[in-house]
Design a protein around this ligand. Structure first.
Ligand SMILES: [Zn+2]
Length: 87
């Protein structure tokens, strides 16, 4: 299920804009800073790099911090909480 090309299009569309990613499992200062403040897609090769990060590392990028936080929230949801209260 490779969606790499459409993700590359996403990053190309956001060149010179800021994107926010989910946590990459690293808590160092640099990674924590990027998590908080996002990263600006500089050019096409940077867009390709970020698309590659999504494919090869367990991260996903969003155009807003809010969308990122919302995604993280739904990922953390426990399975039984979604289909509750069937009466
Ligand atoms: Zn790090």
């Amino acid at each position: 299920m490779s969606n790499g090309s459409s993700r590359l299009a996403f990053f190309k569309k956001n060149i010179s804009k800021r994107v926010f990613r989910t946590r990459n499992g690293c808590d160092c200062v640099a990674c924590a800073f990027i998590y908080e403040h996002g990263v600006i897609v500089r050019n096409i090769s940077h867009a390709e790099y970020l698309a590659d990060q999504e494919e090869n590392r367990d991260v996903k990028y969003f155009t807003t911090k809010e969308a990122r936080d919302e995604f993280v929230r739904t990922q953390q949801k426990t399975p039984e909480s979604s289909g509750a209260s069937q009466s």
